[in-house]
Design a protein around this ligand. Structure first.
Ligand code: SF4
Length: 399
């Protein structure tokens, strides 16, 4: 770990990768929905809102003929429109029907689960408290299921000032991509205020959000700096930065590798890298030119700190019953273990921070254009966008 933040030369340095990280099953499904729609029906395919909150993904789909609009009312009558992973309210479906739109719903099933809970609690006469961030698309869609029965809170302070008609008939639901710790505190505050409050049978914060935050907590124990690959409008990516900072590491959110600033590495010995659920792995593999596996890397076995049981090493097959949908996939040419029971930290390379620092100075030297995105692999793990990474924007020639 770093001893002095002002030191300008990095130590031997190492880079740790969080596992799991990046694309969740819901995002993968949503992106592939647009890709398949383009393949089958041809361009243009309209997409209401960003299909997932990632600049690179949206740019690549736009180049293939997707047209992103803010509202269904902007889609020409009779055209084909995809609804994003964040879900829409029933009113949006009504508007689309009135315009004769052909709709494809890419809402993540875990968001749909929250919509179903909202309808159920409303039908049973509950006032529903939705914990979520103002302005997030998911928090626009969910209240549409029961607009007269849902109130939103975002902080513990909001809870203090909250008044409801019948304090004994209150239920809560949450956005899927919140901070687990913050939300727990808000729910505790709600329970103090409304002791008979009920809630969902299982957490609304999704497994992908929970696991990625847990991995960052583990990473923060060992890292001076954690880079989170993701866009600023990606709720779960922003939460990862917050979690890293809350657990003692400096942290920055970046869309692309060339946004890493050399000064962030001052005094840093260990860098952690992770990515939000809407960021494709290709962006991670370029976050440090270190990430194509260097010679001399070593894997290590880590303990599951929740249960104290040793887990499989990343290059071993996990037990069959642990193979959740995102449990194993190939990324950047190597295997990783992910999902429930994951190894929270993937692998270590020794000379990585120094190498990352070198690349930062190259990027920031006037006239330098030495950045190479490497072999093209596409947005999806197995999707048809091969070649997409060839158009990752070049880094600035000067700072
Ligand atoms: S982050 Fe969670 S809720 Fe959002 S798409 Fe992924 S799995 Fe679904």
């Amino acid at each position: 770990m770093s001893s002095s933040p002002s030191t300008t030369t990095a130590g031997p340095g190492k880079v740790l990768l969080a596992a799991p990280r990046g694309y969740c099953a819901g995002v993968d499904r949503a992106v592939q929905t647009v890709e398949h729609a383009l393949e089958i029906h041809g361009a243009p395919i309209y997409v209401r809102k960003e299909i997932v909150h990632n600049k690179h993904v949206v740019d690549q789909l736009t180049k293939r003929g997707a047209i992103f609009v803010d509202q269904e009312t902007e889609v020409p009558e009779g055209a084909r429109v995809v609804f994003s992973a964040h879900g829409v309210s029933p009113k949006v479906h009504e508007n689309a029907e009135a315009r004769g739109l052909k709709t494809i719903d890419a809402t993540c099933p875990l968001v749909t689960k929250v919509h179903v809970e909202a309808r159920k609690f409303a039908s049973e006469g509950y006032t529903i408290i939705l914990v979520g961030h103002d302005g997030h698309e998911e928090v626009e869609g969910t209240p549409g299921e029961a607009p007269d029965d849902i109130v939103r809170v975002e902080t513990e302070e909001d809870v203090e000032g909250l008044e409801v008609e019948d304090p004994d008939k209150v239920a809560y639901i949450t956005q899927t991509t919140l901070s687990v710790d913050e939300t727990t505190a808000i729910i505790e505050a709600l329970k103090r205020k409304f002791p008979s409050m009920t809630g969902p049978k299982t957490d609304d914060i999704c497994y992908a959000t929970t696991n990625r935050q847990q991995a960052v907590k583990e990473l923060a124990r060992e890292c001076d700096l954690i880079l989170v690959i993701g866009s600023t409008n990606s709720s779960n990516s922003v939460r990862l930065v917050e979690v890293a900072r809350e657990h003692g590491a400096a942290s920055h959110l970046i869309d692309f590798a060339h946004e890493v600033r050399e000064e962030w590495l001052d005094g840093v010995e260990t860098v952690g890298i992770t990515s939000g659920a809407s960021a494709p792995e290709e962006l991670v593999s370029r976050a440090g030119p270190v990430l194509p596996r260097p010679r001399g890397h070593r894997r290590r076995r880590v303990e599951d700190r929740r249960g104290g049981r040793p887990l499989h090493a990343p290059d071993e097959d996990p037990p069959r019953h642990r193979r959740a949908p995102e449990h194993r996939h190939r990324a950047a040419g190597h295997q990783l273990a992910a999902g429930p029971g994951a190894n929270w930290i993937e692998w270590i390379s020794t000379p990585s921070v120094a190498r990352m620092r070198r690349r930062c100075s190259e990027w920031r030297s006037p006239g330098t254009s030495s950045y190479s995105p490497g072999p093209a692999t596409g947005i999806s793990r197995s999707g048809p966008l091969s070649g997409a990474m060839a158009s990752v924007p070049s880094p600035p020639a000067a700072a």
